[in-house]
Design a protein around this ligand. Structure first.
Ligand code: FAD
Length: 497
């Protein structure tokens, strides 16, 4: 269920591999608590995600450097993106890696809906881009996916599996970290709990936390590193007053418009039990066919206005209607997912309790900045005009959602249907200002021998999906941890509109 790309949907909700987190009720979203999937398995969310391989925009990394994460820039990041990746493509590009541990493959447009999406995209001002992870992020494209030979390339498969035989590696599964042991402001170990038994593992050199943007700040706070008043409120002894821990939570948000499709060409056609069984058997035997894709084959990165310097909008084609969080079995249709990648709203992660087994309070404060709502209302209009284009003729049935033109009803629909995109970041961000938690090498300010390396240290969430940039960050900081010379920056020209 992890390895097979088409099964990705199943793990979105299934508790087996998933923390199944929820935000606190969001006032701007009619008081809804928004579901937040997060991988609870080796490989973390890379083992349950949708496998879109998106690096972000080059200016994201230049922006990190300008925001105080000294040394970070696109040219510094590029050799590490390349080091991660084994791109299965015949065409060589100076932007791509070809012998790294993580196999990536370009998706295939599977049918009329995907073809219509790309044909309609070609008619727009943005047009098509050959490589959204290369010279030109902006435009319509078929996704690169972290899939090789039909199999998901989680970080567990790509990095851990080949290292399993190393004598200096031990993996403790079904084990939860409860906190970092700290003596005289120096991390000396980790408190672990397995089957109700706690023990402390001592660290000779350093402790590295990689628990993701929700759990890493939780672990720091449980260890006494965080906003002092908040920690005292939970009876936790303050080791370091660090107001930035759990602050500046950022996420992407998505609203999906839906249409019926008069032709039976959506991915729902593959879900008839006999066809699904055949697809499963084919995937098991040959590693290809519809079992080897995710349903997210085509998308776009767009600028919401001409004066916006980088694409701030990510568009997905959903080639099926959803029934809850799974494709609909019988009703044919499609969706256009409009993602705001540059939310102005910022939120927090705070402790709900001092008990490490409980989930923290996650408050992204979605739409708390009015500009985010305005952006999404405009995005809804854009999607409608897009689907009105000629290539969708014959595929476009009645609009289901929002299904109304009344501005007040559209607004209410937006608040009822908006979801987070499961891309939390920024809660232990790198920088030098008073709220920065980590330095550009992931070291926690004010505590010796302690680093954080995951989405939480991004100074600003990247402008696309997060898995690829997190692997890049981990590769680069791993060189710092090992005391190796960093790879030489690779300055390249990039597309500027
Ligand atoms: C359903 C879903 C779909 C997504 N789709 C995409 C996509 O298509 N493309 C993309 O690029 N990104 C996608 N993302 C986002 C991306 O996968 C994540 O942003 C990324 O994997 C996060 O990496 P991380 O290292 O920061 O944290 P995580 O991957 O969350 O890893 C944290 C790990 O720490 C473990 N952990 C946490 N707390 C503790 C503790 N106390 N003790 C022990 N272990 C602990 C967790 O179980 C997990 O294994 C998706 C995310 C989800 C959830």
């Amino acid at each position: 269920m992890i390895a097979m790309p088409a099964a990705a949907w199943i793990n979105f909700a299934r508790p087996t591999y998933n923390w199944r987190l929820f935000t606190v009720p969001q006032p701007e979203l009619l008081g809804r608590a928004i579901y937040m999937a997060a991988g609870k398995v080796l490989g973390g969310s890379s083992a349950i995600n949708t496998m879109n391989y998106m690096r972000g925009h080059p200016m994201d990394f230049d922006g990190w450097g300008h925001a105080g994460a000294t040394g970070w820039s696109y040219s510094a990041a590029l050799p590490y993106f390349k080091r991660c990746e084994s791109y299965r493509s015949a065409e060589y590009s100076e932007f791509r890696g070809y012998d790294g541990p993580v196999g990536t493959t370009k998706a295939r447009a599977w049918g009329p809906l995907q073809e219509a999406f790309l044909a309609a995209g070609a008619e727009t001002e943005a047009g098509l881009t050959d490589d959204t992870n290369g010279y030109r992020q902006e435009g319509f494209f078929t996704f690169d996916q972290t899939i090789a030979d039909g199999v998901r390339q989680s970080t567990a498969r790509a990095y851990l599996r080949p290292a399993l035989a190393r004598p200096n590696l031990r993996i403790a599964v079904r084990t939860q970290a409860h906190g970092v042991a700290i003596e005289n402001r120096r991390a000396t170990g980790v408190v672990l709990a397995h089957a109700g038994q706690a023990r402390t593992v001592r660290a000779r050199r350093e402790v590295i936390i990689c628990a993701g943007a929700i759990r890493s700040p939780q672990l720091l706070m449980l260890s006494g590193i965080g906003p002092a008043e908040h920690l005292r409120g939970h009876g936790i002894t303050v080791v370091l007053d660090a107001p930035g821990v759990g602050t500046d939570l950022q996420d992407h948000v998505e609203i999906q418009l839906t249409w019926r499709c008069p032709r039976p060409v959506s991915h729902s056609r593959y879900l008839r039990p006999d066809r699904a069984a055949l697809a499963g058997a084919r995937w098991l035997l040959k590693g290809d066919g519809i079992g080897a894709t995710t349903g997210f084959e085509v998308g776009a990165m767009l600028r919401s206005a001409r004066n916006v310097p980088v694409p701030d909008t990510e568009v997905y084609l959903y080639p099926a209607l959803l029934d809850g969080d799974r494709p609909h079995l019988t009703m044919h249709g499609f969706g256009i997912g409009m993602n705001l990648n540059r939310c102005k709203s910022r939120g927090t992660v705070r402790l709900a309790m001092a008990d490490p087994t409980g989930a923290p309070l996650i408050d992204p404060r979605y739409l708390s900045e009015p500009d985010d709502r305005t952006f999404l209302i405009d995005a809804i209009e854009w999607a409608r005009e897009f689907v009105d284009r000629r290539p969708f003729d014959g595929l476009r049935g009645a609009e289901i959602g929002p299904g109304t033109r009344d501005p007040a009803e559209v607004d209410r629909w937006l608040r009822r249907e908006l979801i987070g995109n499961w891309h939390p970041a920024g809660t232990c961000r790198m920088g030098t200002d008073a709220r920065a938690v980590t330095g550009p090498d992931g070291r926690v300010h004010g505590i010796e021998s302690l680093r954080v390396i995951d989405a939480s240290i991004m100074p600003q969430v990247t402008n696309a999906n997060l898995n690829a940039p997190i692997m890049m960050m981990a590769e680069r900081i791993a060189d710092m941890v090992c005391g190796r010379a960093l790879l030489a920056p690779e300055p390249v020209a990039i597309y500027r509109p």
